[in-house]
Design a protein around this ligand. Structure first.
Ligand code: C2E
Ligand code: CA
Ligand code: CA
Ligand code: CA
Length: 277
């Protein structure tokens, strides 16, 4: 009887240890890699209804020797927990500013969107950091878009709203990300200083499948238009989705149908070549 309980328990404990071990290891790797900025980025373009590029989004990547690619959702949560998000976010903002500046040098208007996490938005000096990144690259704030998820705003709306107000006044383009997934989306639309709404991929997935999701999407697009907000659909993968979204009057589109995220280094090379001509 003794053996039959110790065997599964030992197995269970080892799995727990493995999980804890992974987090500990990842945490210490993340600390090192954040300090030496060992991240890479990808850039995914967006297009307007006529198929012209309207800029795009910078997406962070973290490769580790021991665990391969770590998903952004995992390492960003870990960075927030460990207090690394301020520095990590600064690296991302500098990468975005660098790309937008390379676009400008090549004679293109290439607004680059960067994601700001909840804790990062609450970091003291966030506004100065963003303005500094622009100044360093000779960039106008209007060339940077700041994507904020609704969950970033949920808990602390009173603290965060004045920060958003100042950022928007400084000229940054403000986008509400993953719209429709938060619990008080509509309230946010009315009160937050925003320029754009990125409609969550779950609504795009509902197109042609789920009549109610489709009606909801129509309503969101109309409401945004009435409020003077531009709309962006994310995760557009099929021509049918694109056609349906365009018919609803969505302003911008992002997804594998148009372009997959590609390494930032490749974009910088392409833009440098265009600049030289
Ligand atoms: P997000 O802001 O919603 O970013 C869009 C995600 O959708 C990206 O995933 C992108 O690769 C993926 N995607 C783009 N087009 C399609 C498509 O057509 N179909 C499908 N299925 N997916 C598509 P990714 O790169 O894994 O990023 C996941 C999340 O991690 C992002 O979601 C964002 O919240 C966060 N993230 C990424 N980079 C950063 C960063 O630099 N800072 C912060 N704070 N968060 C970041
Ligand atoms: Ca985003
Ligand atoms: Ca999104
Ligand atoms: Ca999303």
């Amino acid at each position: 009887a003794r053996q039959s309980t110790t065997v599964p328990l030992a197995f269970y404990d080892r799995r727990l240890d493995d999980e804890r071990q992974r987090r500990l290891m990842l945490g210490s790797l993340l600390r090192q890699d954040t300090e030496r900025n060992a991240f890479t980025w990808q850039f995914q373009p967006k297009v307007d209804a006529a198929g012209r590029c309207t800029g795009g989004e910078l997406l962070m990547r973290w490769h580790t020797e021991a665990y391969g690619e770590v998903p952004p959702a995992e390492f960003i949560a870990l960075a927030e927990e460990l207090g690394l998000i301020g520095l990590m976010g600064r690296h991302a903002v500098h990468a975005a500013a660098q790309l937008a500046a390379a676009g400008a040098a090549a004679g293109l208007s290439l607004p680059v969107a960067v994601n700001l996490s909840p804790r990062q938005l609450a970091t003291p000096g966030i506004e100065a950091m963003l303005l500094h990144a622009c100044r360093r690259q000779g960039l106008q704030p209007a060339q940077l878009e700041l994507e904020l998820t609704e969950s970033a705003l949920a808990g602390s709306i009173d603290e965060v709203a004045p920060v958003l107000q100042r950022l928007r006044q400084a000229g940054f383009v403000m986008a509400l990300d993953d719209f429709g997934t938060g619990y008080s989306s509509l309230a946010h639309l009315g009160t937050l200083p925003m320029d754009k709404v990125k409609i969550d991929r779950s609504f795009v997935l509902g197109l042609g499948r789920d009549v109610r999701a489709q009606r909801l999407l129509e309503g969101i697009v109309q409401l945004c238009r009435a409020l003077g907000l531009r709309t962006v659909a994310e995760g557009v993968e099929t021509p049918a989705q694109h056609a349906a979204l365009a018919a609803l009057g969505v302003d911008e589109f992002q997804g594998y149908l148009f372009a997959r995220p590609l390494p930032l280094a490749r974009w910088l090379d392409l833009l440098a070549a265009a600049d030289g001509q």
